[in-house]
Write a protein that binds this ligand. Sequence first.
Ligand code: HEC
Ligand code: HEC
Ligand code: HEC
Ligand code: HEC
Length: 135
Amino acid sequence: MNNFNRCGNYRMLSDGMGPKEITILFKEVDAMKRFIAVLLTVSFLAVGAVVALAEGPAEVKFETKMGDVTFPHETHQGFVSDCTTCHHKGLEAGTCKDCHDGTKAPKAKDAFHDLCKGCHKEKNGPTGCKDCHKK
Ligand code: HEC
Ligand code: HEC
Ligand code: HEC
Ligand code: HEC
């Protein structure tokens, strides 16, 4: 007679199991738990990577003749609920400079100055040249 009550591939605790069988059973359950934990970790990491990609960089650095502008992107995402305030052609349209080259769309310098300083004037962000351009 079989002491083990098979349930799919997994043995169930049942009457008539000796200590040895119970130890084996617990080892199987442990291995299964570890396996599930690994699966969960891997899927969380994958989701995290996709989210990071969709959210964009924490900071963007623009190198200019006037000095580098470090734009705290992540912080700004908290200022406005709507991403299209800045990504006005939608997130799939590419980077600002794909279009803002002075022919397809106004030069990046002008577009950025209008957008950035416009909001900063309204909401008390930095507006002095050296607040943004750091040598
Ligand atoms: C204050 C303006 C502003 C806001 C608000 C903003 N972004 Fe951005 N984002 C930028 C700028 C500037 C860049 C620099 C890269 C570029 O040239 O497009 C950028 C870059 C990105 C990138 C990198 C890919 C790319 O196109 O360069 C992603 C992704 C992104 N943003 C997603 C978002 C999402 C999602 C939100 C809303 C939760 C958001 N952004 C809100 C200004 C903004
Ligand atoms: C697919 C092309 C495209 C992309 C990508 C794009 N723009 Fe534009 N943008 C334009 C065009 C074309 C105009 C001219 C007016 C219009 O059609 O909206 C414009 C106008 C603007 C203006 C107003 C013009 C001005 O000088 O006052 C601002 C500000 C601006 N864009 C900022 C941005 C920023 C910031 C990004 C990136 C987060 C961006 N744009 C991405 C095409 C684009
Ligand atoms: C929709 C409004 C808005 C837009 C658009 C915007 N900003 Fe800001 N930004 C703010 C506000 C509000 C603050 C002030 C935050 C504070 O001091 O608490 C700020 C602060 C900053 C700071 C100072 C951060 C610090 O740590 O002191 C920099 C640098 C900056 N913005 C760069 C930019 C640049 C570059 C752009 C354009 C690509 C831009 N911002 C567009 C609202 C905006
Ligand atoms: C809110 C932040 C901010 C302020 C304030 C600001 N700028 Fe800018 N500036 C930028 C950004 C962002 C760019 C775009 C950089 C790029 O095209 O890569 C830029 C570009 C420029 C460029 C083009 C440089 C190049 O190499 O193409 C010049 C020149 C410039 N700014 C001068 C000024 C002057 C002068 C002032 C003060 C009157 C000023 N800026 C204030 C953010 C700012």
